[in-house]
Design a protein around this ligand. Structure first.
Ligand code: FAD
Length: 407
C-alpha cells in the first residue's frame, strides 16, 4: 500500500506543532511528511514587537526548524509557496512543485491596510523577523541621523503606532522602555522624543475589561506614551501622518509609522479558490474547508465562530497551537484508516498583553484579572509553556524567558 503524503505549509505556531505532533505519533512507515517554510527558522510571532523595538534580539525569537523537527523523520523544504492547487492536490513553490494526499495550510497572516492612503508604501508592519529587524534599524538610523543634521527634524523622533489594540499596546510598551536607552546612546534629550498611539475605536484595547484598559493606558502614559483615541488615520506619507478626530484633521510629522491595527489571512488561500473573507476560511468543525476533504487549515488562515458571542474568535497563537494538535490527531486517524474526525473546540486559557518590561495586564482562568508584575510573570510562563510543548525542556533553557519571576 502506498504511504500517504502529508504536506504542511508554513512553520508558524500551527505548522510547527502539527509537524512535531506527527513526528511523535506517526511511524516513518506510515506516512511521508513534508514541512515547507520560507526560512530555515521558525519564529515566535508573539515576541516580534520586542525585536522591532530593540528590547530583545531577534535570535532569541527564532529557532532553527531542524533543532526541533527531526529531518530524518520529516522532510524539510526551505522554499516559498507561490500557489496552491487543491483541485489537483498540488502546491507550487518558487523552486519546485509538490503533490500531496493531505495538506495542512498554516501560512499565517499579513497586514491589512484597509486601503488607507500611503499606508502600504510608508508604514512598517510587525510580521516577521525581517520586518521587525527593519523597524529596529529604521528607528536607530533616525536617532543617529538627528544630530547629524543642521536643521533638526522632529519627524525623526516622533514614533507613531497605528492602533491601540493588543499588538499596538504591546509595541508601544516596548518602545517606552527602549527610547530612554536610545536617547542615551545618541545624545538626544528624552523630552524631544514622542511615542504617539493613534486608535480609531472609542477606547484603547477594544474588547478588554475597562479596568485593565485604564491600568494599561495609565502605565503607558506614565512612561511617556501619548494616545489619540477615536482618531481615524487618513493618510501616511514619508514624513507625516494625517488623522481625523472630532471632524478635525490633525497632522503628526513623522518618519516612523508602525501599523499594528489590522491583519488578514495569507492571500494564497483565496488565490487557491478556497472561499475566504480577508484570507480567513470559515472552516468546518474539523478545520477542513467546505470544498475539500483533504485540506486542513490551522492558525490565522482559519476562521472559527465563538458560539457564545456569534463572532469569530480573534486569531491567536493560542488557538493556532490547539488547532494544530487537533489536526495532527485527525491526520493520524486518516492515515490509520479511520473515517471519524474529532471536532475542534478551543480551550481558551486567557489573554495577557505585555506593557513592556515587568508589566502587563491580562485575564486568566475565566475571569481572573491580573495586573503588573503577576501578569508579566504569567506572560513569561505562557511563553515558556509553548517552548516546552515545541521542543522540551532543552528548548526552554535555550530560548525561554527564564527570569519569569522578574527578579
Ligand atoms: P504564523 O505564526 O504567522 O506563521 C506563518 C509561517 O508561514 C511563518 O513561518 C512564515 O514565514 C510562513 N510563510 C508565510 N508565507 C509563506 C509562503 N508563501 N511560503 C512559505 N512559508 C510562508 N497571539 C497570542 O495568542 N498571544 C499573544 O500574546 C500574541 N501576541 C502577538 C504579538 C504580536 C506583535 C503579533 C504580530 C501577534 C501576536 N499574536 C498573539 C497573534 C499570533 O502571533 C498569531 O495568531 C500567530 O502567529 C498565528 O500563527 P500561524 O501558525 O497561523 O502563523
Amino acid at each position: 500500500l502506498k504511504k500517504p503524503t502529508i504536506v504542511i505549509l508554513g512553520a508558524g505556531y500551527g505548522g510547527m506543532i502539527t509537524a512535531v505532533k506527527l513526528q511523535k505519533s506517526l511511524g516513518i512507515n506510515e506516512a511521508n511528511v513534508t514541512l515547507v517554510n520560507k526560512h530555515s527558522y521558525h519564529y515566535q510571532t508573539t515576541w516580534l514587537h520586542e525585536n522591532a523595538a530593540g528590547t530583545l534580539h531577534h535570535d532569541r525569537t527564532r529557532i532553527q526548524i531542524k533543532d526541533v523537527v527531526d529531518p530524518g523523520k520529516i522532510n524539510l523544504i526551505q522554499d516559498t509557496v507561490t500557489a496552491i492547487h487543491p483541485e489537483n492536490k498540488k502546491v507550487t513553490l518558487e523552486n519546485g512543485e509538490l503533490d500531496y494526499d493531505y495538506l495542512v495550510i498554516g501560512l499565517g497572516f499579513e497586514a491589512e491596510t484597509f486601503g488607507i492612503s500611503g499606508l502600504k508604501e510608508h508604514a512598517f508592519t510587525i510580521g516577521s523577523i525581517n520586518s521587525a529587524r527593519l523597524i529596529r534599524q529604521h528607528i536607530e538610523y533616525n536617532f543617529a541621523k538627528y544630530n547629524n543634521e543642521k536643521e533638526k527634524k522632529q519627524e525623526r523622533l516622533n514614533l507613531v503606532v497605528g492602533g491601540a489594540g493588543f499588538t499596538g499596546i504591546e509595541f508601544a510598551g516596548e518602545l517606552a522602555n527602549r527610547v530612554p536607552e536610545l536617547c542615551k546612546e545618541y545624545d538626544i534629550p528624552r523630552e524631544k522624543v514622542r511615542i504617539i498611539t493613534v486608535e480609531a475605536a472609542p477606547t484603547a484595547l477594544p474588547g478588554f475589561d475597562p479596568e485593565l484598559v485604564e491600568y494599561a493606558m495609565n502605565r503607558l502614559e506614565a512612561k511617556g506614551v501619548e494616545f489619540r483615541i477615536g482618531a481615524m488615520i487618513k493618510e501616511v506619507t514619508a514624513d507625516k501622518l494625517i488623522y481625523e478626530k472630532d471632524d478635525q484633521r490633525e497632522e503628526i510629522p513623522t518618519n516612523t509609522v508602525v501599523w499594528a491595527a489590522g491583519v488578514r489571512g495569507n492571500p494564497l488561500v483565496e488565490e487557491a479558490g478556497i472561499e475566504a473573507n480577508r484570507g480567513r476560511v470559515k472552516v468546518r468543525e474539523d478545520l477542513r474547508p467546505s470544498e475539500y476533504d483533504d485540506v486542513f487549515i490551522v492558525g490565522d488562515c482559519a476562521l472559527i465562530i465563538n458560539e457564545e458571542t456569534n463572532r469569530p474568535y480573534p486569531p491567536t497563537a493560542q488557538i493556532a497551537i490547539q488547532q494544530a494538535e487537533n489536526t495532527a490527531a485527525n491526520l493520524k486517524r486518516l492515515v490509520q484508516g479511520q473515517t471519524h474526525l474529532e471536532p475542534f473546540t478551543p480551550d481558551l486559557k486567557g489573554t495577557v498583553a505585555s506593557l513592556g518590561s515587568k508589566d502587563a495586564i491580562g485575564v486568566v482562568f475565566g475571569d481572573k484579572k491580573l495586573f503588573g508584575w503577576s501578569a508579566s510573570a504569567m506572560k513569561k510562563v505562557i511563553d515558556n509553556r509553548y517552548l516546552l510543548k515545541l521542543g522540551g525542556i532543552g528548548l526552554v533553557l535555550k530560548k525561554g524567558k527564564l527570569n519569569f519571576l522578574n527578579l
